[in-house]
Design a protein around this ligand. Sequence first.
Ligand code: MG
Length: 336
Amino acid sequence: MKLTWEPLDLALRHTFTISRSSMDVAENVLVKLEHDGFVGLGEAPPSKYYGQDRESVIKALVLMQGELGNDPFLIEDISQRLCSFFPRDLAAVAAVDMALHDWVGKKLATPLWKILGLNPSLTPITSYTIGIDETATMVGKVREAPDYPILKIKAGTEKDEEMFAAIRNETDRMIRIDANAAWNPEEAIEKINLLEKFDIEFVEQPVAPGDPQSLGTVRDAVTLPIISDESSVVPSDVPGLAGCVDGINIKLSKCGGIRQALKMIFAAKSAGLKVMLGCMIESSVAITAAAHLSPLVDFADLDGNLLIENDITCGVTVDKGRLVLPGGPGLGLSAY
Ligand code: MG
């Protein structure tokens, strides 16, 4: 198996701001896995929050090359090996995992969702994310995206109440809040009780990760459902979240790819938790990889490719918000 990679700069249509950071260009890495005449594609969106950058991803990929073996069908073995050897480089592991799944699908001339035994008509509606900005600009972004029935609004500033009032005044679409760990439990309870009147579906990661019970404290004191994100990184995080949240947000680049995400999905469901599939700022390569799992989940936030202006390929598409899986082999990406 031969692994190659190239830098992938994704330019955002709007500066993307969340409670802790801002971004104009996502410095991702495109990964190609070649074997037996087929090429599988994957993508790593390095996250500073998880201690990664493009350089660390490439460094990990160089080392991973020697750990792949010579049979791309042995995805479970490879995934376990890479996750244990590269626990800090799970975005890079995820890119290799996506490329392996794409390769297997191409080799078998079968779409990934079919290999996984999933029903493509059961995909959820994806939310469309509105990053933090001046209130008028955020309302403008809502207006710019009329085709998405669910909005995920980033929160965690002094202006949250004014901003949600303005957005609710603009639209009656479904609204989800993502605070990206901005509040302490006391603030979170106060804020959530204040924002509830704007008809919110749920709140994502109100408080810092580390202690699931602090999410539980918030959940016990508010009526809105609470979904974890920064607290639900890898499969071993899931059991501790049961009873503390209503659901978990899983991202391929946080957990190490499709194999790991499947483990999290089934662990969460077994514990009675709802499941959301999320993303970083990613091209259609990584978004489509995640979308293949979406018939298994309750909520989707797979919009990273919709927020950039230089996507490199076409895979999953969106019809009135609903994810439409491609019918081509593997990830089903068009040539680029
Ligand atoms: Mg989030």
